[in-house]
Design a protein around this ligand. Structure first.
Ligand SMILES: Cc1ncc(COP(=O)(O)O)c(C=O)c1O
Length: 348
């Protein structure tokens, strides 16, 4: 494989001088200074100053926890912002293309539409694993990004390590492994392989296992060179102060996060058992995430009936390979009981 980052970076991005913010030009070392450089309101209220554009406090903790360097991390306003930055850094509108593997997370396609980049879809195989041959046949010299969601949303399964390895070694563009659900998975994160693959990008989020969907904090982990390109185009203050403070508090609470994940995994097993007893549930797919995909007799009918009973699930029936499927997020014990009670009342 001959991966060349310079070759796949957009020309305008290569030549770009990023906006230099006041907080970029003078980096505070914590000593007491008089800050008259950023046209801020001087009266302290906790958020009257611009936040650190490089989120150094939060990155230092994340880097240590993940066993990588701070220079290998870029943080975004949710992982959705990180994904958008990848399009803007590497894909020439109306010329380049990306590959996605439906059924999968819908934002890759939406972002390709927003950024005027062709989305080439290669369906997963019937076992919900990537179709390697199909992918390799679809790649051409304008293919810049390959999106791999593992564990995959909405199917719930993780992709085989050897398949991902094969794709990483045979594709000269960037392979993005979206690990939004990795903390629920029995598989190891690909972050430990960053040094082995110069074209590997791993994204994660605090929205799922960390219980922080409301603060919007996404992670992008990759080589120093890739992160440097993304830093050139990110908005200067893309992660606000309240998010940085709250994220630090949460990621330091390793025990609290683990306890919640353990509870969710126990609940997941209970929910799977309970779903097996529902007469119109035909297949429950194996899951490595905090949701369960199940095939039912008539997904739209069951979805609407559940809504009437006050339970909102996700109807995935229009997704390829997902006809008549519903996706159930694992909730609290009480919430899951509400779901199961509602389902049982329907089956009568
Ligand atoms: C696979 C996947 N990636 C990314 C996201 C978005 O995460 P964030 O909240 O960090 O933008 C989601 C949200 O549902 C997801 O399912």
């Amino acid at each position: 494989m001959s991966f060349n980052l310079d070759k796949i970076t957009r020309e305008n991005v290569k030549g770009l001088s990023p906006y230099s913010s006041a907080r970029d030009e003078y980096v505070s070392d914590g000593s007491t200074m008089v800050f008259l450089d950023a046209n801020e309101n001087p009266f302290e209220n906790g958020v009257n100053r611009y936040p650190d554009p490089q989120q150094r406090g939060l990155k230092a903790i994340l880097a240590e926890q993940k066993g990588i360097k701070e220079e290998n991390i870029l943080l975004g306003n949710g992982s959705d912002e990180v994904l958008d930055l990848l399009f803007r850094a590497f894909c020439e509108p109306k010329q380049d293309n990306i590959i996605t593997l439906p059924p999968t997370y819908g934002m890759y396609k939406v972002l390709s539409g927003i950024n005027l980049v062709e989305n080439r879809e290669v369906l997963l195989n019937d076992d919900f694993q990537p179709n390697v041959e199909g992918i390799l046949n679809t790649i051409d010299s304008n293919t810049k990004l390959l999106f791999i969601c593992s564990p995959n949303n909405p199917t719930g399964n993780s992709f085989s390590t050897s398949i991902i390895e094969e794709l990483l070694t045979s594709f000269n563009g960037l392979v993005i492994i979206d690990e939004a659900y990795i903390d629920f998975s029995s598989e190891e994160s690909w972050t430990s392989k960053l040094a082995d693959y110069p074209n590997l990008i791993v994204t994660q989020t605090l929205s799922k296992a960390y219980g922080m969907a409301g603060i919007r904090l996404g992670l992008c982990m990759a080589s120093t060179e890739i992160i440097a390109v993304l830093n050139k185009i990110k908005p200067p203050y893309n992660v606000n102060q309240l998010t940085q403070d709250k994220a630090i508090e949460r990621v330091l609470d390793i025990k609290g996060v683990k306890e919640e994940v353990t509870k969710i995994l126990t609940e997941r097993s209970n929910l799977i058992e309970a779903l097996k007893a529902v007469s119109f549930v035909e297949t429950i797919y194996p899951t490595d995430a905090n949701f369960i995909l199940a095939k039912v007799d008539d997904a739209t009918l069951r979805y609407n009936q559940l809504l009437e009973k006050g339970v909102v699930v996700r109807n995935r029936t229009t997704q390829p390979l997902c006809e008549n499927t519903l996706r159930f997020t694992v909730g609290t014990q009480k919430e899951n009981e509400s779901l199961i009670n509602a389902l049982k009342r329907l089956s009568k």
